[in-house]
Design a binder for this molecule. Structure first.
Ligand SMILES: Cc1cc2nc3c(=O)[nH]c(=O)nc-3n(C[C@H](O)[C@H](O)[C@H](O)COP(=O)(O)OP(=O)(O)OC[C@H]3O[C@@H](n4cnc5c(N)ncnc54)[C@H](O)[C@@H]3O)c2cc1C
Length: 335
């Protein structure tokens, strides 16, 4: 167990914050020992790669970093392969391992930072694919019940950047592994963003899972800041899904507003467009700003504190609310 440790290497925003206590676990037994030995009233969190967390201040408690490894083939036939993956594995490395073997299903989720164990928490998604599309089971340890559970896809209650782990089970469990099913017969989703154009630019004719992952990587690298170079925690806000009537009023006033139909009665408007239209694209407040190429990403321009980032986020929320009447909610976990 380490004490008074800097969290700089353990999260992607790059805020200079410390934690009172820090430890790691590589299997369930190590986790239960840590939990049994810690004082009952001690605050704690399970940490993955720290890419969806903003530490606004020092963390007074225990950080328990998940380092469970494992990549196991559970079953296989001519059409599918089922894999059980340890929660501490790096998500992007896992994607690359699968596409290199020619298994299709998570190639659109390449280059998303963080761990496998965090992927079901907010049901990570990009370019028309969400991790819920491949998840069969999520294995987790429940702190109060002191038991391990295995939830089916349905029991995880996945939604847009949402799951049971962000609601009823928030802060009550540690994900230990996920089981996913991938395809040997390929069925790609290339309908989003600039994917088709990039495939054409690269002159790819017989698309493979590896090709598509590389296309996604190229597009993401051109649009999003690399956290190793510019501190950030990805999309800061969720895209609001509005009642159809409210969205139509905005679209009438701003005919250029991008929007996506969600079922019969709802329309999603990109939070990035709302922030940009509210005048915040590429602007800064103190040492934090919005990324010039994507206003949805708040970036650390150097030496920013988490408190400064949160102050900017609140100001953006306020301006979007006053201009559009819409409350945009953070996607990032604020601590
Ligand atoms: C540049 C950049 C791009 C991004 N792009 C995307 C994107 O395209 N799509 C997308 O969906 N997200 C994206 N994100 C957000 C982020 O990568 C994902 O949310 C990722 O799943 C977070 O993983 P992590 O291991 O870093 O989680 P952390 O930030 O460490 O934790 C996030 C939350 O999950 C909890 N948690 C973590 N691991 C466990 C566990 N094993 N058991 C229980 N709780 C746990 C933590 O307590 C915390 O509440 C991006 C982030 C960055 C920085």
């Amino acid at each position: 167990m380490k004490t008074n440790i800097s969290l700089l290497p353990y999260h992607t925003f790059g805020a200079k914050v410390n934690a009172d206590f820090f430890t790691t676990f590589s299997n369930k037994e190590e986790l239960t020992t840590i939990l049994d030995q810690k004082p009952n009233d001690q605050n704690f969190i399970i940490l993955g790669g720290g890419s969806n967390i903003l530490f606004t201040k020092d963390f007074h408690g225990l950080i328990i970093k998940n380092e469970i490894s494992g990549f196991e083939v559970i079953s296989e036939d001519d059409h599918h392969i089922t894999l059980k993956i340890g929660a501490g594995e790096n998500w992007h490395d896992t994607v690359m391992q699968t596409v290199e073997k020619g298994w299709q299903g998570i190639e659109n989720l390449a280059l998303i930072p963080g761990t496998v164990g965090a992927s079901p928490i907010q049901n990570i998604g990009a370019y028309g694919v969400e991790v819920k599309d491949v998840i069969q089971k999520v294995e987790f340890y429940h702190f109060d019940k002191k038991e391990t559970f295995e939830y089916s896809n349905q029991e995880c209650a996945f939604g847009y950047r949402n799951s049971i782990f962000k609601n009823e089970l928030k802060g009550k469990i540690a994900v230990l592994s996920i089981t996913i099913q991938l395809n040997k017969n390929w069925n790609f989703n290339t309908s989003y963003g600039a994917i088709e154009d990039e495939i054409e630019n690269q002159g790819i004719e017989n698309l493979t899972p590896l090709d598509l992952a590389n296309v996604i990587i190229k597009i993401r690298e051109s649009k999003l800041p690399d956290p190793n170079e510019i501190g950030n925690c990805g999309s800061f806000f969720k895209n609001p899904v509005l009642p159809k009537e409210d969205a139509l009023k905005i679209i009438e006033k701003h005919p250029d507003a991008p929007h996506y139909i969600v079922g019969e009665e709802a329309i999603k408007i990109p939070a990035g467009w709302l922030i940009q239209t509210a005048g915040w694209k590429g602007k800064s407040l103190g040492n934090v700003g919005t990324y010039p190429k994507q206003a949805l990403v708040l970036v650390n321009n150097g030496g920013a504190t988490g408190e400064e980032a949160w102050a900017l986020a609140l100001q953006i929320q306020k301006d979007v609310k006053s201009q559009f009447g819409i409350s945009i909610e953070p996607e990032v976990n604020i601590l």
